[in-house]
Design a binder for this molecule. Sequence first.
Ligand SMILES: NC(=O)c1ccc[n+]([C@@H]2O[C@H](COP(=O)([O-])OP(=O)(O)OC[C@H]3O[C@@H](n4cnc5c(N)ncnc54)[C@H](O)[C@@H]3O)[C@@H](O)[C@H]2O)c1
Ligand SMILES: N[C@H](CO)Cc1c[nH]c[nH+]1
Ligand SMILES: [Zn+2]
Length: 427
Amino acid sequence: MNKIYNPDKAEWGTVLKRPTQTVADIEQTVEAIFKEVQSNGDATLKKYTEKFDGVIIENLVVSENEIEEASALVSQQLKDAIQLAKNNIEVFHKAQKTSKVSVETANGVQCWQEKRPIQKVGLYIPGGTAPLFSTILMLAVPATIAGCEELVLCSPPNKEGKINPAILYTANLCGVKKIFKVGGIQAIASMTFGTESIPEVYKIFGPGNQFVTVAKQIATKYGISIDMPAGPSELLVLADDSANAAFVASDLLSQAEHGIDSQVILVSTSKDMIDAVEKEVEKQLPELPRKDIAEKAIANSKLIYVADDQTANDLINAYGPEHYIVCVENEDFFVNNIKNAGSVFIGNYTPESAGDYASGTNHTLPTNGYAKQYSGVNLDSFMKSMTFQKINETGIKEIGAAIEIMAEAEGLYAHKNAVTLRLNSLK
Ligand SMILES: NC(=O)c1ccc[n+]([C@@H]2O[C@H](COP(=O)([O-])OP(=O)(O)OC[C@H]3O[C@@H](n4cnc5c(N)ncnc54)[C@H](O)[C@@H]3O)[C@@H](O)[C@H]2O)c1
Ligand SMILES: N[C@H](CO)Cc1c[nH]c[nH+]1
Ligand SMILES: [Zn+2]
């Protein structure tokens, strides 16, 4: 990391710039692949799987046999850990259920709002550099609680043309039946348009690299909705002298190891803490199996010194991190005043990894500053709110005249007439 920044407000944007490519950078590639998938279906999926994943795939569909084989390859210890995580994710997402909202807005005018599941959902499970089977829990568990009818899962195959056993095991555990060996832009295109093998869906969920993220954004042009742009992982840690520098460094490295385009930021009012964390990063980094990736991500990352708590909080809100660890004595001030963050982790014993796997919160979160306008995946992501109303004779008499006057003022006489006919029938 090296350089310690102490930016003026005017420099925040430049210093905190993310290393990821934008929609404009990748759009052309995405559009070209989308068009090809739309006209040539499976053949295009196979072509780009060969090009980007380096493997020739005969059949995109994962068979029952492959799922059974996978289960035998996953250790009991890992199965138990997955079950523990699943239980906690279920508890937290079931608790997000809300009850029907119903109110009589005027005499005889009953209005209510109820939620209904999105019928067909697509789940993208990243698998380029690491098989993120934990993401299945984050998507399939709330989709099932919401009551979604059709779950379609896509994940890239490895060089042997297979999906990692832990992904297949977890998908099966979560009741996902339609699993396909395809990743990247081509996977998002397949769920957008549908192909001979892969059904189209109404909404696509899941994180991925910058190609996947831009592809999801482009999919919205074709009438598909998405959870949010959930791209390369990010973490911002706010630490003062009450923090444990080794813990902070381990957290920064945990997100740096995701990909070379990940970004991790340390913000502190203590230069001693910044120095201590930097030393710890240097100590811990060489021990990591993914040190080459983490080292490149660390090069995108920043150490930021700020003079006071208010400046720190303003800068963090301007950045809008995906993950935000608060490890300071003045914890309440920061927790109460955070406006833009995907998920917040508080105190020395709350590593970001807890949210990635097993505490119960969802790890599919907005990156690239999108925490300013998007929520992370939650139960409501898999549902739509529908409104209902029932008006009786008293009710139409109560509000009918107002509707007639408003419709007439908008010049919409058919609207007015729909009320007038009813009012006349009651005279
Ligand atoms: N924001 C979140 O909630 C969240 C959660 C988990 C993971 N992530 C992020 O997900 C990402 C996973 O990335 P990954 O690469 O390991 O897996 P991935 O599955 O997202 O992407 C792999 C696919 O990318 C495509 N691809 C690779 N190079 C390409 C190129 N040059 N042009 C076009 N397509 C190309 C290939 O088709 C490949 O199958 C990481 O960046 C990680 O930080 C984010
Ligand atoms: N940190 C990622 C979200 O940015 C989620 C994840 C999955 N596995 C490990 N981490
Ligand atoms: Zn992670």
